[in-house]
Structures are given as structure tokens and as C-alpha cells.
Design a protein around this ligand. Structure first.
Ligand code: MSP
Length: 478
């Protein structure tokens, strides 16, 4: 059933200087959950993710690996694609910034900016962090190091093409204040407004010394600044400027990212769109950063978690659950490796898995697999989980759902169907009770489907069969 409603959701595109880690998987998984939720409501969904392949950072990593940037990008981009697939993520498209379709769109966009006379040239000297691919001002540095990577910055002096951000700042501020461009959570909206209030300089859109990039149109020997080009992926994947998908899906409904790249998305991006005469995305949702066992995830600490390894250990749906259930989406959190196993056993093996196994077993054993009255009646407890998913409160939705699971297990312990089964006069009561439990399982499967698609499918398949049999173990105890 189609509602005719369109829904466009994006994730950041990830640098291919290395293989993917759990942080990248986290954002893309969240997008997948929301995309599946909207799809199930009958909306026409476009869900975009992909890889950011140009720039000094990727070029340097390729060189260190003794490969050409393109060969290196091909390898790593494929690892991202595979990791997402392994996590059951089904994006509509996967954009790579080295694709011709991206370069074409970027050229068209830049031509538009040129028409609007918002570009100018000047000499510039600044402090650059290659890991961030951005300039910092002296006062943004911490002990003369990049505040994010804690690495020394590089002094760069070039003649570049600049974008007249100053012309659009007031308008961007107004869009944010009025919620024409919504930024969630509210602290991030305030942070964006704070950045504008402090004053932000015009930024350069070309690079003289970076060779690995899209040639800057009309400026021989310079390439596009990787960030400006990367932001345009959200348009190029839709076939900007004339593509049918572009006309259909732009502006984006939700753009997801973590707080590290807020400034680019909340300020530079809207300004660029305004200059090109395009509508702004409706919502930016900025989630937090997680650490692993209390430490920043980094190669030096050696605590980088490979999303594929997580799936190997726990299975796809369990990995998805373990990522979205520990802390609220939108806040910072800590993932404790030890907790993964505990949570798997407690919530999945003993919680959901046990509920499914015992209900199907009792229906099979006491009722010969037949239940009646299992469709239709909507349990109000489920309304809340749907609202929470829609509001990107994935943590809340899972928490509400697991409360229902616990309540179900308690209700069974109280009603003691095994006792009812021994008493011929209680047959009707037993059938009604188990019928309700089956109905609840069906609804659990529906609200869980965006989070745990395979599990939901297994539950629904078991419930829709002619005679219900004791279901397979969904989550074998570890
Ligand atoms: N290439 C740019 C984005 C361009 S978008 C037009 C970039 N890439 S990145 O590879 O560094 O990815 C950053 C994003 O990865 C974050 O915004 C977030 O979505 C995700 N995360 C990376 N590490 C993370 C955590 N430790 N915790 C949560 N999310 C994390 O920036």
C-alpha cells in the first residue's frame, strides 16, 4: 500500500582512508531503521549512504599503503558496502564521490554558484587538520593541536577560491531559529546558533596543493575542497540538476550525522543550497559520539570494533539491537564490550527468545497448534513504540518494547497455562489467554521489524503457519 508520501533520508558519506568501524555502522544502521519504518508505512523511501573518497587524507593513506588513491578508495569503499550489507542495511543507493555522476552534479552546482557571483579569489593562510579536512582558527585549537584528533595542525598558505558565506549567514540563522531547518536535539540547534553568533568566516572551496580531487571548474591546477564537494553527494545521488529522483525527493526529510560535522551541515550546507537557489533539508538529526569501554575509539588505543566482527559474534539482528539499545540516540554514550554478552543473554535469549519459544510451545502442546482471535485488536502499548521510532528515539522504542516483553513473561508466570491445561473446564480460558499472547507476539514482530528484520520475519512466519509449532531458538544462549 502506497501513501504517496516521499521520505528522503541520508547519512554522512564516510572517508575511505581506512575500513569502516562501528561509528560509521552506527549512523547508517540508525538510518536503515528509520527507512524501514517509513517503508512499512507505505511511504516511498530513498535512503542514501556512501563514501567520501577525495582529499588530502585519503591521498596520504593511499600513499602510505603504496597504492593509487583510486585503487585504495575502491578497496575501502567496497569494505563499507560489505559491512553495511552484513548488518542487514538496505540503502536505496550508495554514492561514491569518484563516480562520474557525482562529478557531473558538482560541476552543475558550481556553475550555478558562479552565475550567482558568490565566489571570489584571495590569498589565505590558515591552520589545517588533514584528519578533519578543515581549517581551524588559533583559538579553536587545544594546546596548538586539533581539538578532535589531538594532532598537530599544518600551516597552509594558498591562493584559493572562496565562497561568500557572509552573504547568507543571517538567512541561515533565521532558518534555524524559525525551524524552517530543524536541528535536533535542541542542544545542537543552540550550538549551531552559537557558532553563527561568534561569527564565521567565508570558506575556501578550492585547493591548490591537493591533487586528489575534482578539478575546480574554471581554475586551472586547483581541485575542489573535499568538504564542499562531499556535501553535494546528497544532490548528486538523486541526479541533480535534472534527474527525476531529484525532483521527487529533494529536499531531504532527515539528514543524520554525529556532532563532529555539525558546522558543515548546519551552516555551510544550508548557505551553499541558498546560493544555488535550492530548498533546505527539513531536519538535521545530530547524534552523539560513543566511546568503547570508556575510551575514544582509535587505532592507537587498539579498541576499534569492526562491525563485521560484531555480526560474526552475535548475529545480524542481535548486533543491531546491541548497537541501538545501550544509550539514547542523540546523546553521547559508552559501549562496554563486556555488556554485549550480558545484554544478549538477558534481553535476547532470555527475554524475546524465551517468550517466543514458550508461547509457541504451549500453543503447540496444549492447543494442537491452533489459536483463534489472534488478529485485529491493537494493543495500545505498541502505539508508543511506534511514536518513539518515528521521533528517532530508537533507544526509547526498544526500551518500551522490552518492557512489553517483560510484562508478557510475567503474565505467563502468573496465569500458569500449564496448570490450566490440566483442567478440562479451563480449556476456554487457556485458549483465550494463549490467543492473546500470540496476538502480542505478532505486534511485537511488527514494531521490531525495522530493528530486527530477520527475527520479525521468523516470528511472523511461525505465527502465520497452519499449525503453530514450537518455534526455533531465535537467540541461542551464549
Ligand atoms: N566524510 C565526512 C563526512 C562528509 S558528509 C557530506 C566524514 N567522514 S567520517 O568517516 O569521518 O565519518 C564521520 C561520521 O561517522 C560521524 O558524523 C558519525 O556519523 C560517524 N561516527 C564516527 N565515529 C563515531 C563514533 N565514535 N560514535 C558515533 N558516530 C561516529 O566526516
Amino acid at each position: 500500500m502506497s501513501t504517496g508520501k516521499r521520505f528522503y533520508i541520508t547519512t554522512p558519506i564516510y572517508y575511505v582512508n581506512d575500513k569502516p568501524h562501528l561509528g560509521h555502522a552506527y549512523t547508517t544502521l540508525a538510518a536503515d531503521v528509520l527507512a524501514r519504518f517509513h517503508k512499512a508505512r507505505g511511504e516511498d523511501v530513498f535512503f542514501l549512504t556512501g563514501t567520501d573518497e577525495h582529499g588530502a587524507k585519503v591521498a596520504a593513506s593511499a600513499e602510505a599503503a603504496g597504492k593509487t588513491p583510486q585503487a585504495f578508495a575502491n578497496e575501502n569503499s567496497e569494505k563499507f558496502r560489505l559491512a553495511f550489507k552484513t548488518l542487514g542495511i538496505e540503502s536505496t543507493d550508495f554514492i561514491r564521490t569518484t563516480e562520474p555522476r557525482h562529478e557531473q552534479a558538482v560541476q552543475a552546482f558550481m556553475a550555478k554558484l558562479r552565475e550567482k557571483d558568490v565566489l571570489y579569489e584571495k590569498d589565505y593562510e590558515g591552520l589545517y587538520c588533514t584528519a578533519c579536512e578543515r581549517f581551524y582558527t588559533e583559538k579553536e585549537l587545544v594546546d596548538r593541536h586539533c581539538p578532535i584528533h589531538r594532532r598537530p595542525v599544518e600551516r597552509i598558505k594558498e591562493r584559493n577560491v572562496f565562497f561568500r558565506l557572509s552573504r547568507y549567514l543571517a538567512e541561515v540563522q533565521k532558518a534555524i531559529t524559525s525551524d524552517a531547518l530543524q536541528i535536533f536535539p535542541i542542544e545542537r540547534k543552540q550550538e549551531a546558533l552559537g557558532l553563527i553568533a561568534q561569527g564565521i568566516e567565508d570558506f575556501s572551496v578550492s585547493r591548490e596543493k591537493v591533487k586528489w580531487g575534482i578539478p575546480f571548474p574554471g581554475k586551472e591546477g586547483q581541485t575542489m575542497y573535499v568538504w564542499v564537494e562531499a556535501l553535494q553527494n546528497y544532490l548528486s545521488a538523486l541526479g541533480y540538476p535534472d534527474g527525476a529522483q531529484f525532483k521527487k525527493f529533494w529536499p531531504a526529510d532527515v539528514q543524520l550525522m554525529a556532532k563532529d560535522i555539525l558546522k558543515f551541515h548546519a551552516i555551510y550546507w544550508p548557505a551553499l543550497l541558498m546560493a544555488a537557489g535550492l530548498p533546505l533539508p527539513k531536519t538535521l538529526f545530530i547524534h552523539g559520539f560513543f566511546s568503547i569501554d570508556g575510551e575514544k575509539m582509535s587505532k592507537t588505543t587498539g579498541n576499534v570494533i569492526d562491525p563485521v566482527a560484531l555480526v560474526d559474534e552475535f548475529g545480524v539482528d542481535a548486533a543491531r539491537y546491541l548497537l541501538l539499545s545501550p544509550f539514547p540516540f542523540g546523546q553521547d554514550g559508552d559501549l562496554k564490550r563486556e555488556r554485549f554478552r550480558e545484554k544478549y543473554n538477558a534481553d535476547l535469549a532470555n527475554g524475546l527468545g524465551n517468550l517466543f519459544a514458550r508461547v509457541t510451545k504451549m500453543v503447540s502442546q496444549y492447543l494442537g497448534g491452533k489459536v483463534r482471535g489472534t488478529t485485529g485488536d491493537v494493543d495500545s502499548r505498541f502505539q508508543r513504540t511506534k511514536e518513539q521510532t518515528e521521533a528517532l528515539d530508537f533507544y526509547g522504542a526498544l526500551e518500551t518494547t522490552w518492557r512489553i516483553i517483560a510484562e508478557e513473561n510475567v503474565a505467563i508466570d502468573r496465569a500458569k497455562p500449564w496448570g490450566l491445561a490440566k483442567d478440562e473446564s479451563k480449556k476456554g480460558e487457556l485458549a483465550a489467554f494463549l490467543g492473546e499472547r500470540i496476538a502480542v507476539l505478532g505486534q511485537l514482530a511488527h514494531v521490531l521489524a525495522p530493528y530486527m528484520p530477520d527475527t520479525a520475519e521468523k516470528i511472523l512466519a511461525a505465527l502465520s503457519s497452519e499449525g503453530i509449532e514450537k518455534g526455533e531458538s531465535l537467540f541461542p544462549r551464549l
